[in-house]
Design a protein. Structure first.
Length: 556
């Protein structure tokens, strides 16, 4: 098939235009020395590679490594993100929504040691479900006492519970891009009325993680993270004080090198961030992709407020038939004073009343005219909503959750939006549990097992020999909630009856411990029996019959 050609007035084909000037030089450089410059369509087989179109001509980003893209610009991006979270209600609300739907007010440990793996690794049949249940109960009880200690000995500064530390760490991860937790060994706190364990955690501001003396990144030092030849983080360089604390000016220029693990294998530093590219050593916050749009929206708010203020102001003037050119003569002849007297007499002798209220009246020929500033643009709400949808898309939550406007939402659309956002929120929650919460639990568990506070069979391996299997756990956080409780609870029952779900899973989605639910139901059943009352239908089909011994008559 012959390609179509464009002909000139003489019938000869018109040759395609070749790049000229700087574009010609770049094209020759791309093709290599001695190569002939092909037509436009051959030089750029993909439009995305073109620089000759209006859309692509000024779009020439560089190719950089992830650390080169992030680390040298991190301080500026983080400062802008924090300013946004401090001063923009939408941004602050978006962060709160994510925190409330991932960590919430509390994260409860659900220990689940991998007894099958331990039995396979050791050949010890004592690692069975019975041992796992005993270990789980003991670990959860000891962890609750540690995590919610009234003395707050879990915190180096003795201010926060573990759940509050986790919420603060996730907030840093969302806004700053990094969650940084350092473990301390403080045996001096153990004693009467003091700590039971020497393990204590401190959430560190990620700003303090930096190269000593602000030096540029090197092969083995990236944004304060020291790595080896394989890219494994081996140590972290942390300022002793924030760089802008004038009252700690000396400490702010001192760095402490903290190894990731000490000589005993005890975890010292927990650094968690979302990785977008291979080889990345520092993270970015959720605002970075939409930071410019948020700033535009804030500026638009200011302009809109000014326009609304101007539009709300108005002026009033009186139009009179009195010719301004006659003013000079009237001033000398006394006619103006006579006219003013006429107006005064007219208003006093002929007052206009409306429902007992007097309204202004005018002399013959006079009119009152109001002047108002028209507001030319009325699409502010739609524009602001569209801008907020970009943040909703970037953060993975629904636009309704960001704006808290559910006026245009029905059950189906709300359910669909919440299901989609729940996927992202669940992913954020899972990654944070893996990256921060579970390592903190493993760090404490290391000490608890060394102190022999937990039940172990004879010849059980040390913690470091099987720390992944010992530390296996889950975390109960925020309840998923219901849009329509009746429909969704009916669906949960159908799922359990059809062996597609379990009571443990359904309870976990509502931030409930299934064992506590069963124990509570048993306690309520016993109370009904002690009171001589028949168990209600919500105990389940046949529960009333099963509650009575077969030889006793049913209560009336």
């Amino acid at each position: 098939m012959v390609a179509p050609m464009i002909l000139d007035s003489t019938g000869n084909p018109i040759a395609p235009a070749a790049p000229t000037g700087a574009a010609y030089g770049r094209a020759r450089a791309d093709l290599g020395p001695g190569a002939a410059l092909a037509p436009y369509s051959s030089v750029f087989p993909y439009e995305a590679s073109s620089w000759q179109t209006q859309e692509m001509g000024d779009w020439l980003p560089w190719i950089r490594s992830p650390d080169a893209e992030i680390n040298q610009f991190r301080d500026r991006m983080v400062a802008r993100s924090r300013d946004l979270a401090r001063n923009d209600g939408w941004a602050a609300g978006g962060i709160t929504r994510i925190l409330d739907n991932t960590v919430g007010a509390s994260m409860r440990l659900a220990a689940n040691p991998d007894y099958r793996a331990l039995a396979a690794l050791t050949g010890n049949s004592k690692f069975d479900a019975v041992w796992a249940e005993e270990f789980r109960r003991a670990a959860e009880g000891l962890w609750r006492g540690y995590a919610d200690d009234i003395g707050r000995y879990n915190d180096v500064s003795r201010q926060l519970t573990v759940s509050q530390q986790l919420r603060l760490a996730l907030r840093h991860k969302l806004i700053d891009g990094d969650s940084l937790v350092v473990a301390y060994w403080l045996p001096e706190r153990i004693g009467r009325g003091g700590a039971r364990y020497a393990t204590s955690f401190m959430v560190v501001d990620p700003d303090r993680l930096s190269n000593p003396y602000q030096m540029v990144d090197t092969k083995y030092l990236r944004g304060g993270v020291e790595i080896d030849d394989y890219g494994v983080p081996v140590a972290y360089h942390i300022r002793k004080a924030h760089q802008n604390d004038w009252y700690n000016s000396v400490e702010s220029m001192q760095w402490e090198r903290v190894e990731r693990e000490d000589e005993d294998g005890w975890l010292r530093v927990i650094h968690d961030f979302e990785r977008d590219r291979a080889g990345q050593n520092r993270g970015i916050g959720v605002f970075i992709p939409v930071l410019a749009r948020f700033k535009m929206l804030a500026r638009y708010y200011g302009v809109e407020l000014q326009a609304a203020t101007i539009a709300a102001t108005f002026g009033t003037y009186v139009t009179s038939p009195y010719d301004p050119e006659q003013v000079d003569d009237a001033l000398s002849d006394g006619e103006l004073s006579n006219y003013q007297q006429l107006r005064s007499d007219w208003a006093s002798e002929r007052p206009a009343m409306l429902n007992g209220a007097r309204i202004p009246t005018l002399a013959p020929g006079e009119t009152i005219t109001s002047v108002g500033a028209a507001h030319p643009h009325n699409g502010f709400g739609e524009f602001a909503h569209e801008m907020l949808r970009t943040f909703a898309a970037a953060s993975g939550v629904s636009a309704e959750q960001i704006t808290q406007d559910w006026s245009k939402t029905n059950y189906s659309s709300a359910r669909a939006a919440l299901l989609e956002s729940w996927k992202t929120l669940t992913r954020r929650n899972t990654e944070f549990k893996i990256g921060t919460a579970t390592p903190m639990y493993a760090c404490w568990l290391h000490e608890a097992m060394d102190r022999r506070d937990l039940p172990l069979p004879r010849n059980a391996p040390d913690f470091l020999d099987a720390r992944t299997q010992y530390s296996r756990c889950d975390w109960l956080g925020v309840a998923r909630g219901w849009v329509d409780p009746v429909k969704e609870k009916q669906g949960a029952i159908l799922g359990m009856d059809g062996c597609l779900s379990t009571l443990k899973r359904e309870c976990a989605e509502q931030s409930l411990d299934y064992e506590e639910v069963i124990q509570q139901r048993g306690a309520e059943k016993r109370l009904f029996e002690e009171a001589g009352l028949p168990p209600p239908k919500w105990f389940g089909d046949g529960a009333a019959d099963a509650a009575q011994p077969p030889d006793e008559p049913q209560p009336q």
